[in-house]
Write a protein that binds this ligand. Structure first.
Ligand SMILES: CCC/C=C/C(=O)SCCNC(=O)CCNC(=O)[C@H](O)C(C)(C)COP(=O)([O-])OP(=O)([O-])OC[C@H]1O[C@@H](n2cnc3c(N)ncnc32)[C@H](O)[C@@H]1OP(=O)([O-])[O-]
Length: 297
């Protein structure tokens, strides 16, 4: 999407935001728990011969990052991290057209401050574990990947995206009337640079695959049916590098960013809870959920 087109989307979304009277609680129209199924949200395939695991996100409809999803994801990641035979991880989606829709908006709408805090801690945990992983991590982005979905991809060492113009990727938080925290911003700036991040975050830009490749948000585009084979090929190149040298180098590049969050975790949780439970922010989220619903009709 061009800058002008993205600005148009921002304007048209904000034009759709309904107005509420001060102190008026928005009526609750949305189911507070979309996906409470007990079936696994993550499927892990590990090949001990190659030392590579593939994590398939399979949480319908859109792999949104709920507290349950994040908990399962982190447990799976920890198991792989502890297995010395596992050197590489490919993350992909089993849901059609979507890699991940980002944070589950229903986890941020109409929830108690305690629950919001618990949720945010799980989001932090996912980022810390993925960004600090000793494994080689590759995102095989086979669908749209807004906001938290984009963050998840950005934490990986390499990103391959399906060359399908209708898919988009980016940190679009401002379109929802919310603000990406400093560590989302840092992760993106470490990947594409300060100026591109500044503009993308303010405008909530969602890039199509070729635009994402142009700005360096993704590293490679391939036809969708070749995404896993391309990820496996890239993995082979990375596996040829001695682990200890690659891991120390990765840590040298990422540690300052990780340390900024680890030394401010509690304050970051408090900041999120205070922000997200504000009346005005709850209204913006509700309006965005309505827009998502209307899209279907
Ligand atoms: C400070 C905090 C930082 C925040 C970071 C974030 O990540 S904020 C997150 C920012 N994320 C975004 O802005 C992404 C918003 N989502 C999208 O743009 C699109 O859903 C899509 C492009 C991911 C997939 O398009 P598609 O045409 O294939 O699918 P569809 O649109 O028809 O949706 C199917 C169903 O899923 C529902 N649902 C969707 N997303 C979410 C969600 N995140 N959560 C919960 N639910 C969500 C949608 O309402 C619908 O429900 P219904 O009616 O069946 O009950």
């Amino acid at each position: 999407m061009s800058l002008r087109a993205a600005t148009r989307v921002t304007r048209s979304l904000s034009g759709l935001l309904p107005r509420w009277g001060h102190g008026q609680a928005p009526p609750l129209l949305f189911s507070q728990q979309r996906n409470n199924s007990t079936s696994p949200k993550i499927r892990v395939e590990f090949n001990p011969t190659s030392g590579v695991a593939v994590m398939h996100m399979q949480s319908p409809p859109v792999n949104s990052l709920s507290l349950d999803f994040l908990t399962e994801f982190c447990i799976g990641l920890e198991k792989l991290e502890m297995d010395k035979g596992c050197r590489g991880l490919i993350i992909t989606s089993s849901q059609p057209k979507v890699f991940s829709a980002g944070l589950d908006i229903l986890e941020m709408y109409g929830k108690s401050p305690e629950r919001c805090g618990e949720f945010w801690k799980a989001v932090q945990e996912m980022w810390l574990k993925l960004y600090g992983s000793d494994m080689i991590t590759i995102a095989a982005i086979n669908g749209s990947s807004p906001a938290g979905g984009c963050l998840m991809a950005l934490t990986c060492d390499y990103r391959i995206m399906a060359d399908q113009p209708r898919y988009t990727i980016g940190l679009n938080e401002t379109l929802l009337g919310i603000v990406a925290p400093f560590w989302f911003k840092d992760t993106m700036a470490n990947t594409v640079g300060h100026r591109t991040t500044e503009m993308a975050l303010q405008l909530g830009l969602l890039y199509d695959p070729s635009e994402a490749l142009n700005v360096g948000l993704v590293d490679q585009l391939v036809p969708e049916d070749q995404i896993l084979s391309a990820a496996t090929q890239t993995m082979t190149k990375w596996l040829a590098i001695p682990d200890h040298a690659r891991q120390i180098t990765k840590s040298m590049m990422r540690k300052p960013t990780i340390d900024r969050l680890t030394s401010n975790r509690e304050a970051d949780i408090q900041n999120f809870v205070n922000f997200i439970t504000k009346d005005s922010i709850q209204k913006s989220l509700r309006a965005y959920l309505e827009i998502l619903k209307k899209k279907k009709t």
